[in-house]
Structure formats: structure tokens, C-alpha cells
Write a protein of this length. Structure first.
Length: 337
């Protein structure tokens, strides 16, 4: 009898936990960007095939008001713009997406990220896809949504999108309302409310409030919003009970850099998990930290392996999802639990 009671109690606990917490998710950070150049349609198709629950889009606006999928507001790290458009850099030496038309941007060869070291171009992640190989093009937000929705149709799946408004203040200063343009595209493709599989994210607190209070009501939309946060001074006010309560008034999710949950400088003997996840949960927010990488310097000392790192976050810290460049590994990890 005792064992029987224990089993019933265990089933009760399992069903309770299934009821209380939605399924843990994997967000493909810039697509399957550990394997193919970030934000290319190829990297997105691969992330889809790997079983990611959501696929991320970083969004920037062109000179002719098109919304394109690219991480930086500049083109230098991930394209051959300097070769193709000499003389088009700003005074800081960088080529800005916003200074180019979509037609011009479509001529660029997108590639694995590079940086300049001592005057030489160098691939940032040397073990990733060889920079400059094959042919990749920048995609518009619409093109990427059509890819994901098309695959959802042909593969009978329901993979979500996870768009980010990049540098909204920069865009507004340049006379462009990126958020309004992004909402318009999403509405055209049927993303309207919190039941739709979309999380709209930004690092700008003022933009989260503008989206919630002005832009979404005007567009008759009510999407899930995610407030991103880094370790910078501007976010410090959020990291306590009052701060999380204020963020939770506007956001449905909280996306901190992972060191805000477990300090990267810790070692195995002393792993301390911050109370941010609990505070976010207490205020009705899901928690999706970034960015989980299994390659060069991606695994902090306190974790024994990438799986161990994932275990700490999904099951010790209790996060609801993670952003990763290696969606296949996170999907496999979760499916083995
Ligand atoms: Ca992003």
C-alpha cells in the first residue's frame, strides 16, 4: 500500500509540474549559427530541421525602409561590403545597413563572422563554417517568415519566430520606426496575439514600454514581449524584487545574459544560482537566457560539458528556454530527460 501511495503521489507531482510549467524550449540563436553563417536562410532551415522550437531573427532597417535579418546595424563583420562598396563607410569606418537599399544589400556575400586583427581579416570562430565559402544572401524579415511558415506547412510543425528589434533608438534618430515596421510585417503574416508562436524581444526598456503602451494597441496586436538584459549599468535596477515586478508589468519574458543567473567566474565547487529566475517567475515572466555555445570558450569552468551547462540552467536554475548556436545539442539534451 505504501508503495502504491508513493506512486500515486509521484504521478500527482509529475502532472502538477507539467501543469505548472510549459514545456522547456530551444531557441535557435541566429539560426543554427554554430554550423552555417548566422541569419542566412540556410542556417534557419537547418535549425528548423534540428527541431528548434523557435528561430531567432535580429532585425534592422534598410535605406528604403525594408526590414532585413542581420545582427549588427553594420555590415562589416558578416559581409564583403568593404570590397563591393568602397567609399560608402561612415566616418567611423563602418558600413551601415541603413545607408544601403535592399537591392544593394542583396548583392553582398554574407559569411561567417570575421574581425580585423593587426590589419588581417580573421574568422571569429575558427571551427565554424569557413568564411567566404559558398554563397549566402541577406534575407528580408518577410522572406524568413515565409521560409518558416512554409516549412511548418510542409513538415506539419509549428515552429515559432523570435524577432528582435535592434537598436530602436538608433533607428528613431535616423528617422525610422523599426518597431512599427516589424509589427506591420508580423501582422501581415498572421502574428497578432499571445497565442501566436512569437516572442518579440529587445534590449531597450523604453521600446518595450512603447510597444506595450502605444505601438501594439495602435496596431490592435498583443504579442508576448521579452525584455533582454546584459550586465551593463542600465539594467542593474531590474535585478531585484521591485525591478522584476516593474519589468513584469510590460514583459511576458525576461532574457538575461546567462552570467546573470550563474556567474561565469565560479568553479564546480561553488556554483551559486541567482534569484533572478524565481523573481521573474514570481512576476509572470518566462526566462530565456542567452547565449549557449559548445565551441571555443563557450563552456564556463563550473560546467563539465555542454550538457552539464544545459542541466544547470534548465533543471537547477529552472529556466524555461535558452538561446543557443547549437540547437541540435539542446534538443537532444531535452529529449534525453
Ligand atoms: Ca538577438
Amino acid at each position: 500500500m505504501k508503495i502504491c501511495h508513493k506512486i500515486i503521489f509521484a504521478i500527482f507531482l509529475v502532472s502538477l509540474s507539467m501543469y505548472s510549467f510549459p514545456q522547456k524550449i530551444v531557441v535557435a540563436h541566429r539560426g543554427a549559427s554554430g554550423y552555417l553563417p548566422e541569419h542566412t536562410l540556410q542556417a534557419k532551415a537547418m535549425a528548423f530541421a534540428m527541431g528548434a522550437d523557435y528561430i531567432e531573427q535580429d532585425l534592422v532597417m534598410t535605406r528604403d525602409d525594408q526590414v532585413v535579418v542581420i545582427h549588427d546595424i553594420t555590415l562589416d563583420r558578416t559581409s564583403d561590403v568593404a570590397l563591393q562598396y568602397p567609399g560608402r563607410a561612415r566616418e567611423d569606418g563602418r558600413h551601415y545597413v541603413i545607408d544601403f537599399s535592399l537591392e544593394e544589400l542583396k548583392t553582398l556575400n554574407m559569411r561567417e563572422g570575421e574581425r580585423t586583427v593587426d590589419g588581417e581579416r580573421q574568422q571569429i570562430y575558427p571551427n565554424r563554417f569557413p568564411s567566404g565559402s559558398s554563397t549566402f544572401r541577406i534575407a528580408t524579415f518577410s522572406e524568413e517568415i515565409e521560409l518558416i511558415q512554409g516549412l511548418n506547412y510542409s513538415m506539419n510543425k509549428s515552429v515559432g519566430i523570435y524577432p528582435e528589434i535592434k537598436s530602436p533608438e538608433f533607428h528613431l534618430a535616423e528617422g525610422k520606426d523599426l518597431s512599427a515596421a516589424v509589427l506591420k510585417v508580423m501582422k501581415e503574416y498572421g502574428y497578432n496575439n499571445k497565442r501566436d508562436k512569437v516572442f518579440l524581444q529587445t534590449f531597450s526598456w523604453s521600446e518595450i514600454k512603447r510597444l506595450r503602451e502605444i505601438l501594439m494597441p495602435e496596431a490592435e496586436m498583443d504579442l508576448n514581449l521579452v525584455m533582454l538584459a546584459g550586465t551593463e549599468e542600465e539594467y542593474q535596477w531590474m535585478f531585484n524584487r521591485e525591478g522584476m515586478r516593474e519589468v513584469g508589468r510590460y514583459a511576458d519574458g525576461f532574457g538575461p545574459t546567462k552570467s546573470l543567473i550563474i556567474d561565469t567566474s565560479l568553479d564546480k565547487e561553488r556554483v551559486i544560482i541567482s534569484d533572478l529566475v524565481k523573481l521573474a517567475h514570481d512576476n509572470g515572466m518566462q526566462v530565456h537566457p542567452y547565449t549557449f555555445r559548445s565551441d571555443t570558450r563557450g563552456i564556463p569552468d563550473y560546467a563539465e560539458s555542454f550538457d552539464d551547462l544545459l542541466r544547470y540552467f534548465y533543471f537547477e536554475a529552472g529556466v524555461d528556454g535558452i538561446f543557443t548556436d547549437f540547437p541540435d545539442q539542446a534538443v537532444k539534451f531535452l529529449s534525453n530527460q
